[in-house]
Design a protein around this ligand. Structure first.
Ligand code: HEC
Length: 142
């Protein structure tokens, strides 16, 4: 009886695990990278873009459901987040003209790849994962 229960628990775990994997493969992001990316997001990006990615009206643009993320090449987005960005920008129909500082040096290419993967596959975005190699290529000095 006990053995049978154990067996069914194992079977259940296997199903859950394979669902998680399918989910990760479907969105091109591995769960460990997403967890790390979320940590970096909550530690750094959320100050301006808010925990739910909604930003702050008129001041910080949303990264949630962002038509700017959708329309902009990945390599440009990587450069803007790493090196900083300022000047007029329109996101979801609203104009912003603020300053995003460069990402602090303490974040390495892996942190950057993970946080962008998290943002690009969360909050209603479907831009897909970002690899460490893509970050190195876009920002060779990092
Ligand atoms: C100090 C505040 C601040 C922090 C911290 C910050 N941003 Fe931004 N971000 C901005 C501002 C301001 C803009 C718009 C810049 C402009 O007006 O050109 C922006 C623009 C963006 C954009 C393009 C526009 C959009 O909303 O789709 C993305 C993507 C983005 N940030 C992602 C990130 C990520 C990822 C992080 C963390 C690694 C981060 N930002 C950290 C302030 C910030």
């Amino acid at each position: 009886m006990v053995n049978l229960q154990m067996l069914s628990i194992r079977f259940y775990s296997l199903i859950v695990a394979s669902c998680l994997c399918t989910y990760a493969v479907a969105f091109g992001a591995d769960p460990a990278a997403l967890a790390k990316g979320k940590k970096v997001y909550l530690e750094y990006c959320k100050t301006c873009h808010m925990p739910n990615g909604q930003g702050m009206p008129g001041v910080y643009p949303p990264v949630a459901n962002s038509d700017y993320i959708k329309a902009t090449p990945k390599v440009t987005l990587i450069k803007e987040v790493v090196n900083g960005k300022h000047g007029k920008i329109t996101v979801n129909g609203k104009v912003y003209n603020g300053v995003m500082a460069p990402m602090p040096k303490k974040y390495n290419c892996d942190d950057i790849a993970c946080v962008l993967t998290y943002v690009f596959t969360s909050f209603g975005n479907s831009k897909g994962a970002v690899s460490v190699a893509e970050v190195r290529k876009a920002c060779p000095k990092r």
